[in-house]
Design a protein around this ligand. Sequence first.
Ligand code: SF4
Ligand code: SF4
Length: 311
Amino acid sequence: MNRKTTGRIFNIQRYSIHDGAGIRTLVFLKGCPLRCLWCSNPESQKGTPELGFIAARCVGVETCGAPCVAACPLAAIGLDAGGKSVVDRRVCDLCGRCAEACVQEAFKLVGRDMTVDEVLREIEKDRPFYRRSGGGVTIGGGEPLAQPRFTAELLEAAQEEYLHTAIETSGHAAWPHLERVLHAVDLVHFDLKHLDPDRHKALVGHTNELILDNLGRVLSIKQPQEVVIRIPLIPGCNDSVENISAAARYVARLGFTQVELIPYHRFGVSKYAQYGMPYPLERTAPLADTAVRELSALVERWGLLDVSGCF
Ligand code: SF4
Ligand code: SF4
């Protein structure tokens, strides 16, 4: 293990109570091979740093003098008719000077390289909470296995420090990378988005063979109680009774015992505009609670425990 190995992080979120046992620190890694239509972290998708711009925070040149415009060495920032900033992303080289210049924090550069040691120091700040709550660190993303060496070394280092470890993965990764990580995690959240390969490709950009192959091997290393199969419920995409029933049957037959149904939400929608991206599910509304309860009952008919809301 090398604690000087660097990974690219886009966020470290402290005091989370929804991503594994107890109070947890979430380390979000940048980069993902999938492009789920409902992705709530669009800034995580590319492996490279990105500039976010929150237009609503810009108070305009009349109020602040627009130091961002002067700070930009490439003249990538102009002003619209109302005196508010506009970024030309084709010109921007991600130097970050606008983010330093703007006191309103309208600009944010995401994607920071940190060593295993540096991330561990951040995680350690919350150790008193872990001790009382049974919490620890969860590595998510993006896809943590898109940075396999860093993820493995961070998890191994965390375990060496007696921290409880968890990972959130799409499962779309080479088996040797997943295998190494499985040996260093106490809890695995493994996504299952659709059982049909063509539909899977239409929804996330890749077919599901690699994911299902990996899923079939997980219990060669982990115990069923150490794994939660996470199924997003996306209206019109994968929430049919046929798909959820087929997914429940599939994972039950593999020997898994716990699933977590994650109903579609729109929390990440505003971030698409901040990163200059279109939101693919603009017309999609969240499922009614009754529909979610019915799908949960369907899953439990296969002998699986729906742990949604347990964390
Ligand atoms: S982006 Fe920030 S510095 Fe630039 S005009 Fe808006 S508020 Fe001022
Ligand atoms: S990141 Fe640098 S190049 Fe890009 S808009 Fe800001 S100041 Fe200009």
